[in-house]
Design a protein. Structure first.
Length: 371
């Protein structure tokens, strides 16, 4: 089936850059360990805030993918949306009590702009029975939750605000399964959606490299920055082969697997960067940094591999492939944990995992080309 081409506009790339900036601001919440570890509450709040930001990005991306025409009102509304995102990013701090009010107000403005975009389209269709009306209903419920969070912050019930934000994330994630309306999945342009996720992820990788550039010191040359770069590069290579080369983009899909997996892909890339920063700083318990790196890499590779359902027709992820990947992980983890206080062992073990998995996926792609 031939899918209509929907190019990604330059304004969408601009939009992604602002959101990646917002996500990068969050790493400041978890790169200052206390007692050799990241406090569990800080880590939990980091994850929830990440999900909130990525969900806001996805709400807008879904609208553009389904209905975006980029007329004058689209540009005006997205400008307001981006201004709110920048304000939201600059509210992020370790002082949660002060952060939440401004953060949630910014989120509410972001979501209201998206409701407005859907409303313009629903009016154009003269109906609230389709996917646009369905999205307005879901977003209205989520907006109501954020209003409750804002009121709690205003009246100093700050201990409840994080949990209300959790509720907002869960509502946004699961309400589409219960409030279905008359959803026609043919309105989803799968190639455009994949390209949007690819761009967001590529920019996230770029942000990871930027965050590690201070390791590249000519006056104090060693192998550490080269190993750091190779870890990120081979992770990027694994993503490109799996998502860009092995997947069939010309299809009609609801794309929920693609959407939810990218939440974890983006977060895991950021956590890999944080673990590299922490282990090199020497301010964290090596066991904690090692555990964070191992879990982040597992989440990253599981998240890209769940998209195997979108593979091209002649490609399958076999049990043999999974076994090879498992062996690579076990070998890399063994090196990290055996020499747990050694920086080079940490980096070499991580590189074995990323390079090994990249090689396995690249060989699968080459076999696919030869068949």
């Amino acid at each position: 089936m031939e899918i209509a081409k929907k190019p990604v506009e330059l304004i969408e790339l601009f939009y992604d850059l602002i959101f990646v900036y917002a996500i990068s601001q969050l790493t400041g919440l978890i790169n200052e360990p206390i007692g050799g570890i990241i406090p569990p509450y800080n880590f939990f709040a980091y994850l929830i805030t990440c999900f909130v930001i990525l969900q806001a990005w996805l709400y807008f991306t879904n609208y553009v993918n389904r209905y975006g025409r980029w007329e004058w009102q689209d540009y005006l509304i997205v400008a307001i949306n981006m201004i709110a995102v920048i304000f939201m990013a600059n509210t992020i701090s370790l002082n949660w009590a002060k952060m939440y009010f401004a953060f949630d107000v910014s989120m509410l403005i972001i979501l209201l702009t998206i409701v407005l975009l859907y409303s313009v389209h629903a009016r154009r269709e003269n109906s609230l029975r389709g996917a646009a009306g369905n999205s307005i209903t879901i977003l209205s419920i989520v907006c109501t939750i954020y209003i409750i969070a804002i009121l709690c912050s205003f009246f100093n019930f700050t201990e409840y605000v994080l949990w209300i934000n959790v509720l907002a994330v869960l509502a946004g994630a699961f309400l589409p399964f219960f409030i279905r309306g008359h959803f026609d999945k043919s309105i989803i342009n799968f190639p455009h959606l994949v390209e949007r996720f690819e761009l967001l992820t590529i920019i996230t990788f770029g942000e990871a490299i930027v965050g590690l550039t201070h390791f590249f010191e000519v006056s104090n040359f060693n192998l550490v920055p080269i190993l750091l770069f190779l870890i990120i590069l081979t992770m990027f290579g694994s993503y490109v082969v799996q998502i860009h080369r092995l997947m069939d983009h010309q299809r009609v899909e609801r794309s929920l697997r693609l959407m939810f997996s990218h939440y974890f892909i983006v977060i895991s890339i950021n956590l890999v960067t944080v673990s590299l920063e922490l282990i090199h700083s020497g301010e964290v318990n090596p066991a904690f940094a090692s555990g964070l790196m191992i879990v982040s890499l597992i989440v990253f590779y599981v998240s890209i591999l769940v998209n195997k359902e979108y593979y091209k027709q002649n490609i399958k992820l076999t049990k043999k492939d999974i076994l090879k990947m498992t062996i690579v992980f076990v070998f890399g983890i063994a090196i990290i944990l055996t020499f747990i206080s050694n920086l080079y062992a940490f980096l070499i073990g991580s590189l074995i995992i990323t390079f090994g998995n990249f090689t396995i996926l690249q060989m699968k792609y080459k076999r696919c080309l030869s068949e």
